[in-house]
Design a protein around this ligand. Structure first.
Ligand code: UD1
Ligand code: CA
Length: 452
């Protein structure tokens, strides 16, 4: 039997109080809907269909990389109406798995059990027991324990409301049945909506047994309706990731003060101090130490690197044995070879720094190429921007750049050049040369400072 998946994601999410559609809000750096998509895409399917509505343009733009059939539900008339928009795109012979775009932590394993449970009867529901079932549809069973219907909270009697078994909304059902039942739904209920849950009763009337499985954990069926729930799931998910990393041998000084918003590839013996955020796609080699309060995004960190406190590194490659920080900013397009030192209050942008070179204090190096074993003194600035265009600075091997030097780009400095402190370099300097531009020093003996 082949499988199709429909993800419902058309709702606005009023309680988020946001101009961003709810399903685009990030959890661990990924849109809520993308989490559901990732769980869904691990199945071999005939297709994944996403029913979208509110914020459509934003959704299609931000999630254009998903391999799905986007189905628009122009007006949100209920979950049954939503599934009806997509069902004609599903082959009649398929089983359909229905998911919600705002229930991000559903696991592949639970969904796999749900699909398996539908194999005999053709219909299975994912239910859960929760202490406070308010707001959920209740699962109604007969004396034998068979499911007979789902009643929405707003339509339920007092007795039905006391039932703690709830509908998670996720189900597997035969497409050919849905195609028939969905055309017979009515919106004659307290919310005036076409309820998907009304198909339960239709199935039972046809003698179909509804199988059910219970979710392993409450978090995996938890929907996000407001920012508080979003933050609860975020903290839960971060803890799961932290445990996973620690199980793989990473030392986290405090797992509650570590955030991973993306994918992290790791070597052995990595220590990460508190309040560090890893974002996007990051790889970290062996024996790496990362100090507190660092933000590392889309970067490759080599073996034996030491990142001292309070560094920001983005879209950069850090070679082996480099030492970065404290308080360094390594900006996009930077490649540091092995054994490079980048010290405090140094900003490096779109530059390559050769093996063993050092930029230890208070400098800006942008659009530059620096050779190996070069020392760049404190307060060196590559003046790469003329107000309109960016220009390149090239510095050779074994160069000594004195403190407080300005390099007016475009400019080239040859190998073994020495630049005297305080120099403004406006012309290229050939190799093995000393260059210095400095107003002559005057000493006026016995000089008296003015008095008040
Ligand atoms: C639904 C179920 C309820 C279940 C609960 C679990 C129905 C009638 N009720 O209730 O039994 O306990 O989920 O959270 O199915 N959506 C659309 N288009 C629409 C309406 C909804 O795409 O026209 C999407 C929403 O974006 C959301 C999901 O369907 O992802 C559920 O909608 P929601 O309004 O939250 O359903 P509930 O009323 O909470
Ligand atoms: Ca809901």
């Amino acid at each position: 039997m082949s499988l199709s998946i429909i993800i419902l994601a058309a709702g606005q999410g009023t309680r988020m109080k946001s101009s961003l559609p709810k399903i685009l809000h990030p959890l661990a750096g990924r849109a809520l809907l993308e989490h559901v998509y990732i769980a869904a895409s691990r199945f071999d399917t005939d297709g994944i269909h996403i029913v979208y509505g509110y914020g459509g343009e934003q959704i299609l733009e931000q999630l254009s990389h998903l391999q799905v059939n986007w189905v628009e539900q122009a007006e949100q008339l209920g979950t049954g109406h939503a599934v009806a928009q997509a069902i004609n795109d599903v082959p009649s012979v398929d089983d359909v798995l229905i998911l919600y775009g705002d229930v991000p932590l559903i696991t592949h394993e639970t969904l796999d059990s749900l699909i398996t449970a539908s194999k005999d009867s053709g219909f299975s529901l994912l239910t859960s027991y929760i202490d406070d079932p308010r707001g959920y549809g209740r699962i109604i069973r007969d004396d034998k324990g068979d499911i007979t219907s789902i009643v929405e909270e707003k339509d339920a009697t007092e007795e039905q409301r006391s039932v703690c078994e709830i509908n998670t909304g996720m189900m597997t059902v035969k497409a050919k049945w849905l195609k028939k039942w969905l055309t017979n739904l009515s919106n004659d209920n307290s919310q005036g909506e076409y309820y998907l849950t009304d198909v339960i009763k239709m199935a039972v009337d046809e003698g179909i047994v509804i199988e059910s499985i219970k979710s392993e954990s409450v978090v995996e069926i938890q929907g996000v309706n407001d920012r508080r729930q979003l933050s609860e799931l975020e903290r839960y998910y971060q803890m799961v990731q932290a445990h996973h990393l620690m199980n793989q041998g990473v030392t986290l000084m405090d797992p509650q003060r570590f955030d991973l918003r993306g994918d992290l590839e790791i070597g052995k013996d990595i220590t990460i101090d508190i309040n560090t955020i890893i974002e996007g796609s990051v790889s970290i080699g062996n024996n790496v130490n990362i100090g507190p309060n660092c933000h590392i995004k889309d970067a490759d960190i080599g073996d034996n690197v030491s990142i001292l406190p309070n560094c920001v590194i983005e879209n950069a490659v850090i070679g082996k044995h480099c030492k970065i920080g404290p308080f360094a900013r390594v900006r996009p397009g930077t490649r540091l070879a092995a054994n490079v030192h980048i010290g405090n209050f140094v900003e490096i942008k779109k530059s390559e720094i050769g093996k063993g070179s050092k930029v230890n204090h208070l400098s800006y190096i942008g659009d530059s190429e620096v050779g190996k074993d070069t020392n760049i003194g404190a307060g060196t600035i590559t003046c790469n921007y003329d107000g309109a265009n960016k220009h390149k600075t090239t510095i050779g091997d074994n160069v000594f750049v004195g403190s407080d030097t300005q390099l007016i780009a475009p400019v080239n400095i040859g190998d073994n050049v020495t630049i005297g402190a305080g120099t403004t370099v406006t012309k290229d300097v050939e190799k093995d040369t000393l260059t210095v531009s400095r107003a002559e020093q005057k000493n006026i003996k016995g000089w008296k400072r003015p008095k008040k």
